[in-house]
Design a binder for this molecule. Structure first.
Ligand SMILES: [Zn+2]
Ligand SMILES: [Zn+2]
Length: 447
């Protein structure tokens, strides 16, 4: 093999949304960018909790976990990878760290480390999500990290989870840019603009870009989401049920603002409260404190609580912060209750009054499995007379904005990932960007 080559190999995120595992090799240096779980590949074979993978052999047999030498803790070969960099904490980018040899350093933002560590306390560790003993090294935007031949510079971007980064990677054959997941219509578009500008200044030879939103594009932003939620909150008579991503802290802040303005309290789940409390340690993030007047913690009715739940309940109960179904039921017009569809059993005790409503503030169902649940969701809503509003903006760049950003970065080559519409993307980009390469899984591309 010629020694001075720089190559990219895509072990995930190819013709699918998520599952990114991108190997960059520069001479003898090997670095992975993201190491996520592929929901698409997994759903082809498994349907948890009744049909779940037993061990890593099952995952490898079915092609859900790629065959790569010198990376996994279950193979006895010495490590052949210098580092893993995580763009952000979504599981489709981070969960399969579980399988990484513990001597391989993992670089991520401080926030991502907090999120993954908190998540591992909340969920019982399982085969596919276990970050115990991971050798985390945290960075902030603009820090330059030298890994052998490479210099990796993370730059913050706006996405639907805090602590998301793109990367500028100096290789021996020029700079390669990786966008991670990003958007410019969220709460902090200026971060993405800064990333695009800095990427441009490096005159990159290649960019690996997400291209998620090619067929479900919308025109909106987080400010508009807030205005719409405010309109609903100001008119709703009974309880306002709100469904949004557990780690979407920007959306939680939006709900918090709206709730406060309309003289209600935002009742979050124990899980959300626990994450918020952990994120308070991150000086760079703005999140409400658990003792904030505008915040309540909703305790689901169940027989047994986990240790972290008991601790949280004990701590917050004394100051009257914990609400159970009966208290929520009595004060429906005073509350915006953060719920997940999987909490709907609680509605039986709450008994939403007439004039209540349900707001879906997350993505619409986009696969078969969710569609089945969607039918059930509609049945529950019908049973309690709850109309459904959909108020949301995606965590990903919209097509025209992505085209403008890529034109600005002006990389010689473009590798679209994290999309089911790579061909559409290529035609849409036309001559506006460098040469677009449609990638195949596990194939090596010279840069
Ligand atoms: Zn993703
Ligand atoms: Zn993401």
């Amino acid at each position: 093999m010629v020694k001075d080559l720089t190559t990219l190999t895509f072990y995930g995120g190819v013709n699918e949304i998520g599952g990114n595992k991108i190997l960059l090799q520069d001479r003898d240096t090997k670095v992975f960018f993201d190491f996520g779980m592929s929901f698409t590949a997994k759903k082809q074979f498994y349907s948890p909790p009744f049909l779940s993978p037993k061990n890593e052999k099952s995952l490898q047999e079915l092609g859900i976990l790629p065959q790569i030498k010198g990376v996994y803790k279950f193979d006895q070969t010495p490590p052949e990878t210098n580092a893993v960099f995580l763009s952000h904490g979504h599981l489709d980018h981070s969960a399969y760290l579980s399988f990484i040899k513990r001597e391989i350093p993992v670089y991520c933002g401080e926030t991502t480390q907090i999120i993954l560590r908190t998540l591992s306390e909340i969920r019982r560790a399982d085969l596919e999500f276990n970050v115990a003993d991971i050798n985390f090294n945290v960075f902030r935007t603009g820090k330059k990290i030298k890994v052998d031949n490479l210099i990796v510079e993370p730059i913050h971007v706006d996405h639907s989870i805090p602590g998301a980064y793109g990367f500028l990677i100096q290789t021996s054959n020029g700079t390669i840019v990786y966008t991670g997941d990003f958007r410019d219509h969220g709460a902090k578009p200026e971060m993405t603009q800064e990333f695009v500008q800095k990427a441009r200044e490096t005159e990159p030879v290649a960019i690996v870009t997400e291209a998620t939103n090619m067929i479900a594009a919308t025109v909106s932003n987080e400010v508009e989401v807030e205005a719409k939620l405010d309109k609903i909150a100001s008119e709703v008579d009974g309880i306002m049920l709100a469904e949004f991503g557990y780690s979407d802290v920007d959306r939680l802040n939006t709900f918090y603002q709206v709730t406060k303005k309309n003289n209600r309290c935002l009742a979050v789940s124990l899980k959300q409260a626990y994450l918020l409390d952990a994120l308070r340690n991150d000086m760079h993030l703005q999140v409400p404190a658990l003792d904030d007047d505008g915040l309540l913690i909703f305790r689901k009715s169940k027989k047994r609580y986990d240790k972290w739940e008991t601790k949280l309940i004990e701590r917050c109960d004394d100051v009257g912060k914990i609400f159970d179904v009966f208290e929520v039921s009595k004060q429906q017009c005073k509350v915006v209750l953060a719920v997940s569809f999987y909490d709907f059993e609680e509605l039986i005790a709450i008994q939403p009054t007439s004039g209540s409503c349900y707001v879906l503030s997350a993505s619409e169902p986009f696969n078969e499995e969710m569609e089945i649940d969607y039918e059930r969701l509609v049945n529950w809503l019908s049973h309690y007379g709850l109309p459904q509003y959909h108020v949301h903006v995606s965590g990903h760049m919209m097509p025209l904005q992505l085209r403008a950003a890529l034109r600005k970065v002006n990389a010689k080559r473009v590798f679209p990932v994290h999309t089911e519409n790579a061909e559409l993307f290529k035609k849409f980009m036309g001559n506006a960007t460098g040469q677009v390469t449609l990638v195949e899984k596990s194939k090596e591309y010279q840069v």
